[in-house]
Design a protein around this ligand. Sequence first.
Ligand code: DGP
Length: 112
Amino acid sequence: MSNCIFCDIIEGKIPAEKIFEDDDVLAFKDVNSQAPYHFLVIPKLHIPTLNDSDNAELIGKISITASLIAKQEGFSEDGYRLVMNTNKDGGQIVFHIHLHCLAGRQLGWPPG
Ligand code: DGP
């Protein structure tokens, strides 16, 4: 997809600190980190928002990928937060579905 920064990362046109990649998903560090661990998991398929997909397998896979990385990185027991911002009120800035994984400190609730 042209004009999508995350598609450009998938295609290697923009550099990113990649954590995990397979045929379906890519995980990489968020450039604007909000926690000691802050990475994004995205599907390689361009889907603008959660409103645009009923692909349960792929949407589920990004969650499972985040949990596997949490185990691998050793913060699954202390815990983490998964967030998918959707559209204006959700604070979505990049319109290619992405799951934020935040961890490594006590996270506040409710979010601001
Ligand atoms: P959201 O508000 O949910 O759309 O968050 C988008 C996130 O994407 C934000 O936390 C910053 C991150 N981000 C934006 N552009 C880039 C980039 O070029 N590289 C990386 N690694 N992260 C990016």
